[in-house]
Design a protein around this ligand. Structure first.
Ligand code: CUA
Length: 512
């Protein structure tokens, strides 16, 4: 380009690593401003672009917005950050840098080829006198070498009406009536919170609370239900209101740009912070209430195994496969596992405790049952094939009934050996894997076992006599029955005395 009149020189830098973009735009600009005093320079790399920016001081920089991700491409964000100090919430395609250091940023938009013609009619390019028809009421932009006479802050806002003029496809939607919208959303949020909150409570998601520990836990659930209802409603109300309240038919319309709000940012930092601190305080108090120790607590040892529960009352020596508890008295459970990790859970009591194998990993749990009734302890940790069936009865009874039950359980002196064996089989957990009705479960059934021939995994056959059953209990993997996997049953050597094993054999004899 050469100067055809006294017009000051305008420098245009086109930054793109894509030669088609650069030359195409160069041609377009050159044609559009033919005969004008314009110099166009192409920058095909970050280094070139940055160097030109510093040394050449262009009046207009056109950045290839899509030139990202290829080797040597102009990384627009990195590139633009050279001279944009204040972050702006808009996508940038085209940037005009002025001598005063001010930056004019254009939105990215879709244009047809003839609209692009108009788009190049930029206010920084004053029309020559001969071309008065194209004159725009644009703000005055100082010539490149001259110092800027106007205040810096006025330039960008003053530029906006030019974009919204008749030649532009873009129009800004004014932001107005903000308080009215907030009040509407507030009312919707309150109504929705009440609906969701009461709805969740009416759904009755938890079983009847039946322990002292359930009280603080349920109050936390109650509080959190309302917080969940409020947060859900707040988000849904804002989204829903925005979808229907701010719907616009013309996709080319833009909303007015947002400015940051310090008050809002302080509020959304402080409110959650204080909420979390208050919640953690309530949580700590409730945890202390749940773990409160009663020195008079009833001691019960709980053993979990695949797949059942065994309970032992050390004060009386009673063993049971049911958990009997006196009402309104704290029970102190010491829990251990014979094999894998299980979890002790009675939903009505709310509290839950993992049960781990290992003598030094005994866990404890304190429960004060408050409601007489029948419950079930279930395993809340996936522990193998019959995990879902790992349940035992829990009976909360009056102190008198509890004492009577303990007395009855302890009185085994006049039981027959077979009845004693049945008790041992129940409280040891044998019957969790072996049925007495003929159906195989985890292990073979005990019905009709005694003195019958058993096919073994190695193809031999053996008669199930006293010696075979005794061996199967203390060394279960020595003679595995055909059709059952090796290594599933553990040895009960040391856990059961010879007398107890003999009682079990007597019990099996009765299962004809
Ligand atoms: Cu034990 Cu699941």
């Amino acid at each position: 380009m050469s100067s055809s009149n006294d017009e000051p020189l305008r420098r245009v830098l086109i930054a793109s690593a894509n030669p088609l973009f650069g030359r195409g735009l160069q041609k377009m600009v050159a044609q559009r401003w033919a005969g004008r005093n314009v110099e166009i320079r192409l920058a095909g790399s970050m280094e070139e672009a940055s160097a030109s920016l510093e040394e050449w001081q262009p009046d207009l920089v056109i950045v290839d917005y899509d030139d990202v991700g290829r080797p040597g491409s102009i990384q627009r964000s990195t590139f633009l950050s050279h001279f944009i100090s204040e972050e702006r919430p808009m996508q940038v395609m085209l940037v005009s840098l002025r001598e005063s250091g001010e930056v004019v940023v254009y939105d990215r938009r879709m244009l047809t080829p003839d609209q692009a013609e108009d788009w190049l009619d930029l206010p920084w390019m004053p029309a020559p006198a001969a071309d008065a028809a194209r004159q725009q009421p644009a703000p005055q932009i100082p010539a490149a070498p001259a110092p800027s006479p106007e205040p810096a802050a006025a330039s960008v806002p003053a530029f906006v009406p030019a974009l919204a003029g008749p030649q532009s496809v873009s129009q800004f939607i004014p932001r107005s009536g903000g308080m009215k919208h907030y009040i509407s959303v507030g009312v919707i949020t309150v109504i929705l919170t009440l609906l969701v909150g009461f709805g969740l409570q009416a759904a009755d998601l938890t079983p009847r609370p039946s322990s002292a520990q359930a009280v603080p836990i349920d109050s936390m659930i109650h509080l959190q239900t309302w917080m969940i209802a409020f947060l859900f409603s707040l988000i849904v109300a804002f989204i829903g209101y925005s979808i229907f309240g701010f719907r616009h038919k013309n996709p080319n319309e833009y909303g007015a740009p947002f400015k940051s709000s310090t008050g809002l940012e302080v509020a959304w930092t402080l409110v959650p912070l204080i909420t979390v601190i208050v919640l953690s305080f309530i949580g700590a108090q409730d945890l202390a209430a749940v773990r409160r120790v009663d020195p008079q607590a009833l001691e019960v040892k709980v053993t979990a195994f695949q797949w059942g529960w065994a309970f032992e009352y050390p004060d009386s020596g009673v063993k049971s496969n049911q958990l009997y508890l006196p009402v309104n008295k704290q029970v102190h459970l010491s829990l251990t596992s014979r094999d894998v990790i299980h979890s002790f859970w009675v939903p009505e009591f709310r509290v839950k405790q993992d049960v781990l194998p290992g003598a030094n990993l005994v866990k404890e749990l304190r429960i004060n049952p408050t409601q007489i009734g029948d419950y079930k302890v279930r395993c809340a940790e996936m522990c193998g094939g019959a995990h879902a069936l790992m349940e035992s009865p829990v009976k909360v009874v009056s102190q008198a009934d509890f004492d009577a039950w303990i007395a009855q359980q302890g009185n085994t002196a006049n039981l027959s050996p077979a009845d004693r064996g049945k008790n041992v089989a129940q409280t040891t957990g044998c019957l969790s894997c072996h049925t007495t009705n003929g159906a195989p479960l985890v292990g073979p059934t005990w019905k009709g076992l005694y003195q019958h021939e058993v096919p073994l995994a190695d193809g031999t056959r053996v008669v199930a006599d006293d010696a075979y059953i005794h061996t199967s209990i203390v060394d279960p993997n020595a003679q595995v029955v055909q059709g059952f996997p090796q290594g599933v049953m553990q040895s009960y050597k040391g856990q059961l005395s010879d007398e107890q094993i003999n009682d079990i054999i007597e019990f099996i004899k009765t299962l004809k």
